[in-house]
Design a protein around this ligand. Structure first.
Ligand SMILES: Cc1cc2nc3c(=O)[nH]c(=O)nc-3n(C[C@H](O)[C@H](O)[C@H](O)COP(=O)(O)OP(=O)(O)OC[C@H]3O[C@@H](n4cnc5c(N)ncnc54)[C@H](O)[C@@H]3O)c2cc1C
Length: 327
């Protein structure tokens, strides 16, 4: 196998942590085959990000800069990534599984006639073939796919299934700016405004501590006790799908198979039963604390610590105690 190109997802100059995780994966795969880990970053003004990208393992970084690329526009980003692919001819392109990543990978695969696997939970090399593992049947099965090595192979990989390497200060990479001329076709659509749907609280995929609530919270207002605890721990708020479907929390906070995958240092599940689809999103957490009134709730099977108690009693007590300890 030759080089692996990682698409670095960034917004307003902030790199998505999943991009660093993919650099670690690419480095692992290329070290077994002798190829090189390369990266591609696209945006309005992204050359200042190349040192950071190099510190996470990229040996060569391609930049595509244009004022029109400050926000994601599908056709322009597809043209930009395609131009980098033409410049470097990688064997494999890795993209984070995000809304942007899914869209960009699919469009680029169509344009470059590449083999494509979306939302992989594992990528391995078997006899030179790239094997992609994906979950199926609501997480009950995992299926392995062989991507045709006849041409380019593109895979999107879920956040947090691979850990990022520690950054190496002072690591350097070869930098190459790629000039791209956009056609009228590319410019049919421009993004004029991005309205944030986030409440300013950390995203679940980026926090070391996640406090999640389930259907047991019963309303959006009662989720306040989850927010209070998360804030005290400097963590993020997550939710089960049942809680999101009921409107207690936005789906951006959903953890699980059809939500986000998290691997924080501490995951506190409050009033969450532990359905297999929820476990698919959090069972990789280092320490799991479950609070549930039902002694045989499945969440206790994966919990490091289990508390059989009403969450409305325990959660405010823990928050108050933390507040007292913090003085
Ligand atoms: C294709 C598919 C994809 C799915 N994807 C996801 C996904 O991504 N994420 C996800 O979460 N689910 C997902 N689900 C749904 C999943 O199967 C469950 O229905 C859901 O996780 C249940 O959420 P819950 O645990 O909050 O609710 P419930 O199952 O209603 O459990 C509530 C829990 O709270 C406990 N409880 C009640 N009152 C209290 C209290 N006062 N104090 C403490 N504990 C209390 C109960 O004992 C119970 O264990 C998916 C399902 C399908 C079919």
């Amino acid at each position: 196998m030759s080089n692996i190109l990682v698409f670095i997802e960034q917004r307003d100059g902030k790199i998505l942590p999943a991009s660093f995780q993919l650099l670690a994966l690419a480095t692992k795969l290329t070290s077994a085959t002798g190829g090189q880990t390369e990266a591609c970053v696209v945006g309005d003004s992204v050359s200042g990000l190349t040192d950071t990208i190099a510190s996470y393992g990229a040996k060569k970084v391609y930049t595509v800069e244009d004022a029109g690329l400050s926000r994601y526009v599908a056709s322009q980003y597809t043209t930009a990534l395609s131009a980098v692919i033409e410049a470097t001819s990688p064997k494999v392109v890795l993209v984070p599984t995000t809304a942007m990543g899914r869209d960009l990978a699919s469009r680029t695969a169509a344009r470059k006639h590449a083999a494509l696997a979306i939302d992989c939970t594992e990528l391995t090399l078997e006899g030179g073939d790239l094997m992609a593992t994906k979950t199926t049947y609501a997480g009950k099965l995992s299926a392995k796919f062989k991507l045709s090595s006849a041409g380019l192979q593109i895979a999107t990989v879920r956040s947090n299934v691979y850990a990022a390497n520690e950054p190496i200060a002072g690591a350097s990479a070869e930098i190459q700016a790629v000039d791209v001329t956009f056609s009228d076709h590319d410019q049919r659509l421009t993004c004029t405004e991005v309205a944030s749907t986030s409440s300013g609280v950390k995203d679940v995929t980026e926090a070391d501590i996640v406090v999640s609530g389930g259907r047991a919270l019963k309303s959006e207002e009662k989720f306040k006790i989850i927010y209070d605890l998360a804030e005290m721990l400097d963590g993020a708020v997550g939710a089960s799908r049942a809680a999101c479907d009921a409107g207690y929390q936005p789906h951006t906070r959903q953890v699980g198979l059809t939500g986000k995958v998290v691997t924080p240092k501490l995951y506190i599940a409050c009033g969450i039963d532990g359905a297999i689809q929820h476990l698919a999103g959090m069972r990789g957490s280092k320490v799991i604390v479950a609070i549930n009134t039902k002694q045989d709730a499945p969440i206790f099977k994966v919990a490091t610590y289990g508390c059989v108690i009403d969450l409305f009693t325990l959660v405010p007590l823990v928050t108050a105690e933390l507040e007292r300890l913090k003085g």
